[in-house]
Design a protein around this ligand. Structure first.
Ligand code: DGL
Length: 288
């Protein structure tokens, strides 16, 4: 079970202002859609420099309702093409839905270091005072055996209220395209957790959700701790980076960010301002 602990992060990962240091090397951050941008942002808070490749499998979005066999085959195929074209030092699977299914397979099929974002149940279990936590992810993530194992290992003594929502993933996609979110819709999605008076901590178990954390906080009927995996993943990449021989000249600090999509689509245009706000200077479409 050590791997789970590694992917989850050992420390409580509430937002904290780390001073960015060092060069991340070339890091490929992979998600179905815009969610991985929350992980990109955590990496940029951690490192002073790096070559970041942000990849969205928009051709197969969303992952949250896909079958296990689809995800295993799809993620492997897309990662293979991305590694071929971008030759990263480290890969971050910035998608809970994918990581909770594909990590063992892809780790056995690729030789480079792969960090997987999985639900931050351990830090949430350390943080709660009431003993009731919420788990907000995609329908896939909240129903996975992997997630149940995390709960058994770190939160067996707690009450865990699971909410799986594909709608919230779509809403985060819309927000990044500049659309305002309906407060009542957000409230309705959060209701099954907040109906429980003891709830004091919510795990944002989908990388899309930290992107709309402010809107979620506003829609929530009371204050709770919102926990995500971003800072822990950035620390994990930093610890791997220490022992990694970079493939390129490590003495030169590069600072570039490229966004890659698996298909060209008209709505990428609408994402451009958001991508620029995350520092993306270039947009590519992955060759088949
Ligand atoms: N961002 C992904 C996650 O962390 C899922 C989004 C989707 O359903 O495609 O689970």
């Amino acid at each position: 079970m050590n791997k789970l602990a590694n992917d989850t992060g050992d420390e409580v990962c509430t937002p904290q202002e780390a001073v960015p240091v060092g060069d991340a090397g070339r890091v490929l951050i992979f998600d179905s859609g815009v969610g991985g941008l929350s992980i990109l942002s955590a990496l940029k808070r951690q490192f002073k420099a790096g070559e970041f490749i942000y990849a969205s499998d928009n051709a197969a979005f969303p992952y949250g309702t896909r079958s296990r066999s689809f995800l295993v085959a799809r993620v492997e195929a897309v990662l293979r093409a991305l590694i071929r074209d971008y030759d990263p030092d480290i890969v971050v699977v910035a998608c809970n839905t994918a990581s909770t299914v594909v990590l063992p397979t892809i780790r056995s099929h690729f030789t480079l270091d792969i960090v997987g974002v999985v639900p931050a149940i351990k830090p949430a279990a350390q943080l709660t005072r009431s003993g009731t936590i919420g788990l907000l992810g995609t329908p896939g993530t909240v129903n996975r055996d992997y997630t149940d194992r995390l709960i058994e290992e770190f939160a067996a003594h707690l009450r865990v209220i699971k909410v799986g929502s594909s709608e919230l993933v779509d809403l985060a996609e819309q927000a990044l395209r500049g659309q305002a979110l309906c407060h009542e819709t957000l409230k309705a999605i959060l209701a099954p957790m907040f109906d429980e008076p003891d709830l004091d901590t919510v795990v944002l178990a989908c990388t899309h959700f930290p992107l709309i954390r402010t809107q979620l906080e506003t829609a929530a009927p009371r204050k709770v701790a919102w926990v995500d995996s971003g800072a822990a993943i950035a620390r994990r990449v930093a610890s791997l980076r220490h022992r990694l021989e970079l493939k390129r000249d490590g003495g030169v600090e590069r600072n570039t960010t490229t966004a890659v999509f698996t298909q060209s689509a008209p709505d990428i245009q609408a994402l451009q301002p958001a991508l620029e706000s995350f520092g993306c200077q270039r947009i590519d479409v992955l060759a088949p």
